[in-house]
Design a binder for this molecule. Structure first.
Ligand code: FAD
Length: 431
């Protein structure tokens, strides 16, 4: 039964090293036989057709779709740490497509569609739970932006609508929608297809799928330089030796400008830390993702019952990935303003990741002025949800030399042309 699109259909058994199934689980349980590794380490070759820098969801998805959709398998994914050690293993795993611009909505909607079938395609349970996503409006101007977003969303065929306080109460009965609340709720933008996913499963699923098709994944391999001669990429220097290549994809998010500098490409990106936190598990009571832009906070509940809290980026640029007491104090205050009943719940841990912010809160994707040096960066606080569509589009760009229509608006040249894709109103807090 073929499962891969675009002409490179192979049987599932042919693609994957081990087929995960209930029968397989039962068999291995009885025979005490271990599962084979998800992928095998390979020695670093002296050359590859394509080198992808960054083993997060973007780099691994691009590698997977290069192999699956275009038959390009002489590909190396290099990561200075382990796969998913960047933002892809640190995010709060919210997926949605209710953005503000038509370009943004179309792009993120394609990603949600790819995510919906990802578990089946990769034979890997990515636990996508489409539980709905609700952005609260506490003032007239928020409500106005939400109406605007809802109209753009509907015009692009995305399920999204403004609901009133009574409907908010029906969806989240514990929320105080009375006039007495410190920040009264005037309404919300409700987006049923939004939800949460298991981020590390997505990373591992793509890695396993790509490796099964021939891609090499080299962890603990840091890129230290990129050689460009005659305006074209020739090789990358790494801590495991030099690798000759004609095509390099920069998929390093928070480190994107450091890699682009190596190729002599300037990017309008600044790196900020973003923190998040999780509580001890409590009885399930929250069935949607809840965002409050005014309170700079969002909340979801995992299947295990933990509450996951997020906020906006730290107010300074840094490459530090340490949590701060200041953040947790501010976050706790805002959470309690929204849900006072949580005052007795204890925090389990907090953490931080790096976000590559662009001036318009949209990504930078495609080719650059250096031949063979491509970028898939500028993912800020919202890039996990874009992994599949970005991988698909960057693979198509590498295979054909031409960015597909779906990412045309996100080209680096837009900053020279003044054609920004302003998504701040939809991406500043509710990632
Ligand atoms: C706390 C937090 C919450 C977030 N919440 C959400 C959310 O709910 N929804 C959402 O859509 N997005 C969210 N994001 C954003 C999202 O995590 C990122 O945009 C996304 O993961 C970026 O993926 P990536 O593959 O581009 O980069 P990353 O996953 O960051 O991967 C980049 C990789 O590059 C590697 N690297 C860097 N330099 C080098 C080098 N010199 N050589 C080799 N390798 C190198 C790093 O080790 C890293 O593994 C959140 C981010 C954070 C920090």
């Amino acid at each position: 039964m073929p499962v891969i699109e675009n002409g490179h259909a192979r049987s599932r058994r042919g693609i994957y090293p081990a087929r995960y199934s209930a029968a397989g689980l039962f068999r291995r349980g009885l025979s005490h036989q271990d599962w084979p590794p998800a992928w095998r380490s390979q020695p670093v070759k002296p050359s590859y057709d394509v080198v992808i820098i960054g083993g997060g969801v973007h780099g691994l998805a691009a590698a997977y779709y290069l192999a699956a959709n275009h038959g390009i398998t002489d590909v190396a994914v290099l990561d200075k740490g382990y796969i998913g050690s960047g933002g892809s293993g640190r995010n709060t795993a919210i997926l949605r497509s209710n953005y503000l611009t038509p370009e943004g909505v179309r792009f993120y909607d394609r990603s949600v569609k790819l995510y919906e079938r990802l578990a089946a395609e990769l034979d890997y349970n990515v636990m996508f739970s489409q539980r709905g996503h609700m952005t609260l409006a506490h003032n007239d101007s928020s409500l106005r932006t939400m109406r605007w977003r809802a109209e753009v969303n509907k015009a692009e065929g995305v399920d999204s609508e403004v609901i009133g306080p009574a409907e908010v109460k029906r969806l989240a009965p514990f929320i105080d929608v009375s006039d007495e609340a410190r920040y009264p709720i005037l309404g919300a933008l409700y987006h049923p297809p939004g939800g949460i996913i298991r981020h590390d499963a997505v990373v591992w699923g793509y890695a396993r799928g790509a490796a099964a098709l021939g891609v090499h994944i080299h962890q603990h391999t840091e890129v230290t330089g990129i050689d460009v001669t005659g305006g074209h990429v020739r090789s990358v220097r790494t801590t495991q030796g030099d690798i000759a290549t004609r095509t390099v994809l920069n998929a390093t998010a928070g480190w994107a400008t450091l890699i682009a500098d190596m190729a002599g490409v300037r990017l309008p990106i600044t790196t900020f830390p973003l923190q998040a936190a999780v509580t001890e598990p409590v009885k399930p009571f929250l069935s949607t993702v809840i965002v409050s832009g005014s309170l700079h906070v969002y909340i979801s509940q995992t299947d295990r019952g933990e509450l996951v809290f997020g906020a906006s980026v730290d107010p300074f640029t840094s490459y530090s990935m340490r949590g701060s007491l200041e953040f947790i104090e501010g976050l706790a205050g805002h959470v309690l303003e929204l849900m006072p009943a949580l005052s007795k719940v204890r925090l389990l841990r907090q953490w931080s990741g790096l976000c590559d912010m662009t001036p318009d809160f949209s990504p930078i994707m495609g080719t650059t002025s250096v031949g063979g040096f491509l970028v898939d960066v500028g993912w800020g606080t919202y890039g996990f949800k874009a992994g599949p569509v970005s991988g698909e589009a960057m693979a198509a760009t590498i295979a054909s030399g031409q960015p597909p229509e779906i990412i045309a608006a996100f080209a680096l040249e837009r900053f020279m042309a003044g054609a920004l894709v302003g998504e701040k109103g939809a991406a500043a807090v509710g990632h």
